[in-house]
Design a protein around this ligand. Structure first.
Ligand SMILES: Cc1cc2nc3c(=O)[nH]c(=O)nc-3n(C[C@H](O)[C@H](O)[C@H](O)COP(=O)(O)O)c2cc1C
Length: 175
C-alpha cells in the first residue's frame, strides 16, 4: 500500500476525516484503525498519515478516553475505546525512511492544537520526513451525538478530500 491513513476516534469524526483523506488520495490508500495499521503494513507504505482528536490540549490519554466513555447517554453514540490509542501506536512504529502527514480534529477556538504536533514529533523521531504541514479539522462543542461524524462542521470532509489529493501530488513530486 502506498499510503495508510491511521486514526483514533471516539465518535466517528476523526475516522470520517481519515476516510475522506484516503478517498482523495485514491488508489493505493486506505483509512484504518491503529490495530489494523500494524508494523508490517506500515513497513510497506511510503506515506503514513496519522490523526486523532485533541483531548485536553494533546493526544488522548487513558484518563481522557475514560472521560469520553463516561459521557455515554442512552440514545447517543458510545465512545469507541476498543482500539489502541494513537499515543501508544506511535511507540510501536518501524523506523523510516518514510513520509508522514499529521492531522487532528478539535473544537474551534483557543483550546489547543496539541494532537497533530505530538504526532509530528513522534513520527519525526521515528525517522519519517514531513510531507506537508499538520492539518486541523473542526467539530462542534456537542460532545456526543447519535450519528458517527455528526460533530464535524460544514466543509470539513471536503477539506479532507482535497488534502488527500494534495498529499498524492506532493508524494509524486518528492519522487
Ligand atoms: C476528554 C475530552 C477532552 C477534550 N479536550 C479538547 C481540547 O483540549 N481541545 C479541543 O479543541 N477539543 C477537545 N475535545 C473535543 C474533541 O477534540 C472532539 O471530541 C473530537 O474532535 C471528536 O472527534 P472523534 O469523534 O473522532 O473523537 C475534547 C474531548 C474530550 C472527550
Amino acid at each position: 500500500m502506498d499510503a495508510v491513513v491511521v486514526f483514533e476516534s471516539m465518535w466517528g469524526n476523526t475516522s470520517a476525516i481519515a476516510r475522506e483523506i484516503a478517498r482523495g488520495y485514491g488508489d493505493g490508500s486506505a483509512a484504518m484503525t491503529t490495530d489494523q495499521a500494524d508494523a508490517d503494513l506500515v513497513l510497506g507504505a511510503r506515506l503514513v498519515v496519522a490523526g486523532s482528536p485533541v483531548h485536553t490540549l494533546g493526544l488522548p490519554t487513558e484518563v481522557s478516553r475514560a472521560s469520553a466513555a463516561a459521557k455515554d447517554r442512552p440514545g447517543t453514540l458510545a465512545a469507541d475505546t476498543r482500539h489502541l490509542p494513537v499515543r501508544e501506536w506511535l511507540t510501536h512504529l518501524p523506523r523510516g525512511p518514510r513520509f508522514y502527514a499529521a492531522f487532528e480534529t478539535r473544537i474551534v477556538g483557543p483550546l489547543g492544537h496539541g494532537a497533530a504536533t505530538a504526532i509530528s514529533r513522534a513520527l519525526t523521531g521515528a525517522g519519517y520526513e514531513q510531507l506537508d504541514r499538520p492539518h486541523s479539522f473542526t467539530v462542534t462543542m456537542r460532545p456526543h451525538t447519535e450519528t458517527p461524524g455528526a460533530m464535524l462542521l460544514p466543509g470539513q470532509e471536503q477539506h479532507a478530500f482535497e488534502w488527500g489529493i494534495r498529499l498524492r501530488r506532493l508524494l509524486a513530486e518528492v519522487g
